[in-house]
Design a protein. Structure first.
Length: 309
């Protein structure tokens, strides 16, 4: 009897049935999370079995002064013929007067399991640089000592871990990208606060609807200690192994439209637009997200059908 498909269905139903509630943002948001989960799960490093480069840019809440702008770049690769994988990432996020830069290095190790599935474990080491220019704020009391000295390149080290179980049709992951609390800028209180632990769950499946159309539902849930969960639900369709069209919903926050195009076996381009459903919709014109994935194959791992995740 094949137990894995039953387990997949149980996991997806369990996630979909949980009472998720949107919370305020601390970690960056990613509408196209399914294409580059290495930013929050180090166990993903090297699992694509190719040298993979990924560039991403997100302009959030366009038209709202001080809204988050996020850019990231990552590289991942398997290490020779071993079961090890390596990932390197750089993240830049600007929110109001603050600029956060994070550099991360990921190491993963995978095991072969029955039913052509694999289980990967990963660890992440990262360094975080925080800059805040208080002169960009409109402060009621300019003499307040709290805002007299800018913060320049405040460094914080961190470490994280993750697990990733997958086949060529299904994946399930759990991760904690940062175990240590670090300071970050809170635009709600215009002050520094300690960032709490973030826990990530992700899952997805690919279904063949016919020989030309594939359907991939996916989800990403995130929560931090003492707060309700956040949930992203996504439905993507791959048409003729070239064009990807999809819709997404971020609970109590936004609806999104997604599009991607497989230019070649090596190059995949994507774009998404988020339309706010919260009261913030009155103050911005939505969020835009762009990404580019470029991959290098060799004769032994070249693929003839683009992988969906």
């Amino acid at each position: 009897m094949n137990y894995i498909p039953r387990f997949r269905a149980m996991v997806l139903l369990m996630f979909l049935g949980l009472p998720f509630v949107l919370i305020g943002q601390q970690d960056p948001l990613y509408t196209n999370y399914m294409y580059n989960p290495i930013v929050f799960n180090p166990a993903y490093a090297g699992t694509r079995e190719v040298v993979s480069f990924f560039g991403h840019h997100r302009s959030q809440w366009v038209g709202l002064d001080g809204a988050p702008v996020t850019s990231s770049f990552s590289m991942q690769t398997p290490l020779g013929y071993s079961n090890l994988g390596l990932g390197v990432s750089f993240l830049n996020e600007e929110i109001g007067p603050s600029v956060d830069n994070t550099i991360g290095i990921d190491i993963s190790y995978k095991f072969d399991l029955p039913m052509d599935s694999k289980l990967s474990f990963g660890i992440k080491a990262s360094g975080h640089l925080l800059n805040i220019d208080y002169s960009k704020l409109l402060i009621d009391d300019p003499t307040d000592p709290q805002y007299q000295n800018n913060i320049d390149n405040r460094f914080s080290p961190n470490i994280g871990a993750g697990v990733y179980w997958y086949t060529d049709r299904f994946y399930l992951g759990f991760s904690i990208p940062n175990f240590l609390e670090t300071s970050h800028y809170d635009d709600n209180s215009t002050s520094l606060v300690e960032e709490r632990l973030h826990y990530y769950f992700m899952a997805g499946h690919v279904f063949d609807l016919n020989e030309h159309i594939q359907f991939k539902p996916a989800l990403l849930s995130k929560f931090r200690a003492g707060f309700p969960m956040q949930l992203d639900l996504t439905s993507n369709f791959l048409l003729f192994e070239k064009l990807t069209l999809g819709i997404a919903y971020r609970l109590e926050s936004s609806f999104s439209g997604l599009v991607g195009f497989q230019v070649s076996d090596q190059i995949f381009l994507g774009y998404s637009y988020d339309a706010e459903t919260s009261k913030l919709a009155n103050y911005n014109s939505g969020s835009h997200e762009l990404f580019l994935r470029f991959e290098i194959f060799n004769s032994s791992n070249k693929i003839y059908s683009p992988r969906f995740f």
